[in-house]
Design a protein around this ligand. Structure first.
Ligand code: FES
Length: 79
């Protein structure tokens, strides 16, 4: 299994909108963190789709090592 690139070792706070789809970057190479910009093409990674069930702040994983994709679970503290 390929290792993702660590985009940053802190979560990324995003104000999400209820009902909207978000595509979280799992490879770490996107220039639009925490979301996919297509940079994963040619790698083993695919973006992770998440649909907001409510509007408000969410903390997306920036290190790409979370076990709770697409959100931060504190995994960056061990990197
Ligand atoms: Fe990282 Fe698409 S750019 S998953």
């Amino acid at each position: 299994m390929a290792e993702p690139t660590i985009a940053q070792k802190t979560p990324i706070r995003i104000e999400v909108e209820q009902g909207k789809d978000y595509w979280w970057c799992s490879c770490g190479q996107s220039k639009r963190q925490p979301f996919c910009d297509g940079s994963h093409k040619g790698t083993a990674f695919e973006p992770v789709k998440w649909t907001a069930d409510a509007s408000g702040p969410k903390f997306f994983c920036g290190c790409k090592h979370t076990a709770g994709k697409p959100f931060c679970d504190g995994a960056h503290k061990a990197l």
